[in-house]
Design a protein around this ligand. Sequence first.
Ligand SMILES: [Zn+2]
Length: 111
Amino acid sequence: MSGKRKLKAMKRLRRKKKKEDRLINNLFERLENDHKYELSRCLLACEKCNLVEDKSLGRPVFTRFVLPDGDYGKATDMSFKEISKDKFECPNCQNIIKAESLDNDMDEMDD
Ligand SMILES: [Zn+2]
């Protein structure tokens, strides 16, 4: 490898590393933010109208429809309404959904 080529390759590597650093910083930021949007229950899904909750790391929960072909629709501005402990009402069809606590899952894992 000639000196010039080597330099080019090194520059390219450094650029790649910068990009990776940025991605990692971004991930850390989202991880740090994540507790803000932490859920103590599983994400809700309405069986009647296929409105489901979704969440990505460090972002608040949002809802969207599962389309007939299995794809996800665009995020909606609706949100499930808590009507009592562990019970939520679908904002679209008023179906009542029981929320499952995440703690139960953890207990099962300990066993
Ligand atoms: Zn519904």
